[in-house]
Design a protein around this ligand. Structure first.
Ligand code: PEP
Ligand code: MN
Length: 317
């Protein structure tokens, strides 16, 4: 693709370093939080959940680009303070979506990462403005965007001077109505083949339903994703937006506890519980390794059983 002058894969993959956290390295980066910031309590509970799970980034929308003009549009600056405060309390990074020049200016100095949503992927003026900021940008794939269009949108940001773009696959619109969108996991591989930029996956907006989030998250890691962006809410039934796709706190933590084994199977790392040296985190890691050993031994026994009849001195007639 000739116009991917900056986003194209040249020599090495890029990593993005933010306050000691590396996106695009060996470690899988988990990001979580509610769709929209609703209250201080909701954000501190969400931050606690993300921290317990070993997540590194707290999400929460305060400027919401909603399909209907009558839906909740976000808490604005008040919500931003709740997000920033909650992240700080748990020593997490934070990310929020920007939708225009004004919202970008309001949040840019307060958050660690800016998000440009699917609906704005081809808002070229916003991309250029984001390119002039000094914050990493999570660039979601547009609802009907090809991988090429998505990468060219990233190119706008890079060409404007900001090299720190994280691509995010969040499902595309297809004819299939049983999920909100269709998670295009092959796009992870295609984007990584064409570009050096890190790629993360948001299974929440793809599935639109919480029962699929765990399996899609694991599949995303197996497909090569560098991180996951997952919606979780302390009380999804009461969520103002995207409740049906939001995991409960327990579900989010449970999912995180299962990610290490999947990451290990594709030579990546995810440490449940954050710091790798707490007793709880080490026990969980040992459990994960034990499960893998048991599974491998079972596989070995099955193969041995197939060999035995062939080796027998009295073959069955
Ligand atoms: C979101 O992350 O809450 C969001 C609106 O995502 P998307 O732009 O992928 O729809
Ligand atoms: Mn959402």
């Amino acid at each position: 693709m000739k116009d991917l002058k900056l986003a194209g894969l040249n020599i090495e993959r890029s990593t993005i370093e933010i306050n000691g956290i590396t996106i695009g390295g060996k470690e899988i980066i988990l990001m979580g939080g509610p769709c929209a910031v609703e209250s201080s309590l909701q954000m501190s509970q969400s931050a606690e959940t993300v921290k317990k799970a070993g997540g590194k980034v707290l999400r929460g929308g305060v400027f919401k680009p909603r399909t209907s003009p009558y839906s909740f549009q976000g808490m604005g600056l008040e919500g931003l303070n709740y997000l920033v405060q909650a992240a700080k309390e748990q020593e997490l990074l934070c990310v929020t979506e920007v939708i225009d020049a004004q919202s970008l200016e309001l949040v840019v100095d307060k958050v660690d990462i800016l998000q440009i949503g699917a609906r704005n992927m081809q808002n070229f003026e916003l991309l250029k403005l984001a390119g002039k900021s000094n914050k990493p940008i999570i660039l979601k794939r547009g609802l009907s965007a090809t991988v090429e269009e998505w990468l060219l949108a990233a190119e706008y940001i890079l060409a404007a001077g900001n090299p720190e773009v994280i691509l995010c696959e969040r499902g595309i619109r297809t004819f299939e109505p049983s999920t909100r969108n269709t998670l295009d996991l092959s796009a992870v591989g295609v984007a990584k083949e064409l570009s050096h930029l890190p790629v993360i996956v948001d299974p929440s907006h793809a599935a639109g339903r919480r029962d699929l989030i765990s399996s899609l998250s694991k599949a995303a890691i197996a497909a090569g994703a560098d991180g996951l962006l997952i919606e979780t809410h302390p009380n999804p039934d009461e969520a103002i937006s995207d409740g049906p796709q939001s995991l409960t706190s327990d579900q989010f933590i449970q999912l995180a506890a299962e990610l290490g084994v999947v990451a290990g199977s594709v030579q990546r790392v995810f440490t449940f519980g954050g710091k790798g040296d707490t007793l709880e985190a080490l026990r969980t890691q040992i459990d994960g390794v034990d499960q893998s050993i048991i599974k491998l031994l079972a596989d070995r026994m099955q193969i041995v059983r197939k060999i035995e009849p062939q080796n027998s001195s009295c073959p069955l007639k």
